[in-house]
Design a protein around this ligand. Sequence first.
Ligand code: NAD
Length: 479
Amino acid sequence: MAKMFVAGEWIDSESGDVDEIRNPATGELVDTVPRGTRKDAEMAIQAAADAFPAWADVPFSQRGEILFNAARLIKDNEKELARLLTQEQGKPLRESVREIRRFVHTIEHYAGLGKNVRGGYVPLLDRGKYGRIIKLPLGVCGAIVPWNFPVALMGNKIAPGLLAGNTFVVKPAGTTPLTALRTMELFYQAGLPRGVMNMITGPGGTVGQEIIENPTVRKIGFTGSTATGKRVMELAAKELKKVTLELGGSDPMIVCDDANIDRAVSAASVGRFYNCGQACLAVKRLYLFESIADEFIEKLVAKVQKLKVGNGLEEGAMLGPLHTAYQREEIEGQVQDALDRGAKVLVGGKRPEGAEYERGFFYLPTLLTEVDEASRVIREEVFGPVLPIIRVKDFDEAIEKANDSIYGLGSSIWTRSLRRAEIAAEKLQAGYTWINSAQIIYDELPFGGVKQSGLGKEHGYEALEHYLETKAVVVAADV
Ligand code: NAD
């Protein structure tokens, strides 16, 4: 049985209750974890508060060294961690390996910044006085993480936050705590002092809520749905806490008549179907110029038909199951709504058949065409392997339709015209725009949504700034 991690110790919940973690491909029990309570979360927050003053005094470069050590230990344990991640989350093993590597890369990225953090000097108008700008950690931070990338999305918060000198209480999603818990141990082996990072497992409504409401916590790094994000912001406002909210998305991909079709087809397939479509940044609406639409669709159909669905632990599986029964029902409801409004299924549109699929939440990769734009698959976030395709007559129509969404996370355009690409980079309402590129995210670049996709940035130097307080100091040198 797994346990929670507080002040460097493995603990059970004070309630004694546990939750089962089951493999979404087979229904098999992977492990049990304590069902944490508000009281457990309170204790973890206190541990983080006690550890804060000493951690804040450790120089940046030394904190960076500890992060480098942690990254190395995680790398050394990559195989074991990836296997556990597939068992609890469902994604194919090679995608789990990729996620662990992404986590390592993020930690290394911020560890490296430890030697590069700079303050500021400002000459002042008053004679004999000068100003300095210093950066200070915030205090105890809460990291609330969803189930789709349980490790990488934790890394986006703790790596900049720890480097900045903050201490943490992390709450993983209820169904994916195991790999994250295992990494806690590795951070402590790497030299992280007791209490600097703590993890409480359990429901969002209790553990998560305590982290958000407890006045000792000064900042919340949250990734999850837009609905929960709004609730987090509302609760955090009571104590005027800082928040970074990374929320839902419905990324448009535009393919113009002068695009490299083969490359764009590959990008659409990977961009929609990795992690079984359960990704915030994913190609969720495909807009094709009329003149290339038939060729594009024919090539995309051929590619998608070859995607092998299966248990993520099995060799060759390219799409695992959806994470929960609820996720699959949501997808089925969205597809049915599109069909009721006249959409046609080009590929998939149902569960796969066969004994090996009976116990998991599998769904076939699906392409829909002739989709009414009032359909749920266009208006809502589609968190599964379903891609609606829409034909457009020209560039202006493509941009207008792409922007017709409450979301603004990612976006992409495929064209050889520099003019079109540059206009799209400015006009697409999103935090990220890829031009002739697959939807790959970089630690070096700030990432975060506009509109209802979020607030604040992760990645880049900007994320570090979100975990630091900027303070002005005036020095009179003539006393
Ligand atoms: P969710 O909002 O249901 O849960 C996210 C986390 O919040 C979980 O740990 C959950 O336990 C916790 N939580 C739930 N209710 C809470 C409450 N009242 N108070 C405090 N915490 C609470 O999201 P999910 O279903 O786990 O994740 C999928 C969503 O996350 C999708 O919408 C997806 O687009 C989004 N997402 C966004 C990004 C991004 O970077 N923008 C990345 C990945 C996922």
